[in-house]
Design a binder for this molecule. Structure first.
Ligand SMILES: Cc1cc2nc3c(=O)[nH]c(=O)nc-3n(C[C@H](O)[C@H](O)[C@H](O)COP(=O)(O)OP(=O)(O)OC[C@H]3O[C@@H](n4cnc5c(N)ncnc54)[C@H](O)[C@@H]3O)c2cc1C
Length: 245
């Protein structure tokens, strides 16, 4: 069983990110970057599947500049068997990522693509569904529990009403939600072992035209101080004053 896990390099979610003075992008020059937290959860789940079934193989893949090798080395330290860095000078949007991953999946023929439900930088939650659509594979998004067996995946996923359980034939695409698991701490033996695992660098094959364009980046206005009201009537009046009711 081969599991492909896309790993995105994103700014540390706890770092304060600022827009460039000309609004053309974000100033990431001095920002620490991490594996997208949802991808780390997906990777942890893939490694747990491999621990239950040692014949399973986990391949981590990242699309981006050479610096994404740092996140792939961490993925190898967590337990991926090998890694592929698809290098591209241009930034891909979700559709571009889905196209590149679909091309790779057609070559590697994984049984399962396990990825994050969204990137914590762009917050699109589109790459997984777009990838499944491009491949014509079934998909389950926002997974909080996954069981693999008998050529199928049984996935519990969170919905706005609670949760639902789906059965999907393999191959399929599953996107991980926060409650799927708690990623392990990366120990020194894993980091040392990762140095001798294969990490292939190859150029992008699709070079897509982005479907989306960022017009301008700017910081949101600072929040105004709150105001305490003494009663429900006063609250309703204040909301009416502001045109909220
Ligand atoms: C457990 C859980 C907790 C959450 N907590 C929060 C929270 O605290 N804060 C927060 O901001 N978000 C939260 N969310 C996320 C939020 O509920 C969803 O992200 C949001 O509803 C997604 O809206 P959407 O329109 O993008 O997607 P969806 O509602 O999934 O819609 C996706 C697409 O489906 C189609 N569609 C859906 N409904 C219709 C319809 N009625 N008619 C026609 N087409 C339709 C449309 O094409 C739509 O764009 C939570 C989600 C879950 C599952």
């Amino acid at each position: 069983m081969k599991i492909l896990v896309p790993v995105k390099r994103v700014p540390d979610p706890y770092a304060k990110v600022r827009a460039l003075p000309d609004g053309s992008g974000l100033d990431l020059s001095s920002i620490k970057c991490e594996i997208n937290p949802f991808d780390e959860i997906a990777l942890e789940e893939a490694v747990r599947i491999k621990e239950r079934d040692p014949s399973a193989e986990v391949v981590a893949v990242s699309i981006g500049g050479g610096e994404s090798e740092e996140q792939l080395r961490k993925a190898l330290a967590i337990g991926a068997d090998s890694a592929i860095l698809i290098e591209s000078p241009s930034k891909f949007d979700s559709a571009g990522v889905a196209g590149e991953l679909a091309a790779l999946a057609s070559e590697l023929k994984p049984d399962l693509i396990l990825m994050g439900k969204q990137g914590t930088d762009d917050d699109n939650a589109q790459a997984g569904p777009m990838l499944a659509a491009k491949l014509g594979w079934p998909q389950a998004t926002f997974a909080s529990k996954i069981e693999i067996g008998g050529g199928k995946a049984t996935v519990t996923r969170e919905t706005d009403d609670g949760s639902e359980t789906l059965e999907l034939p393999l191959p399929c695409v599953i996107t991980a939600d926060l409650r799927l698991n708690e990623p392990r701490y990366v120990a020194l033996p894993g980091i040392i072992k990762a140095r001798s695992k294969p990490l292939e660098r190859r150029p992008s094959t699709t070079n897509p035209t982005p479907m989306t364009r960022s017009l301008r980046f700017e910081a949101p206005p600072p929040r105004a101080a709150g105001r305490k009201v003494g009663s429900v009537d006063e609250l309703v009046a204040a909301l009416k004053d502001r045109g909220c009711l």
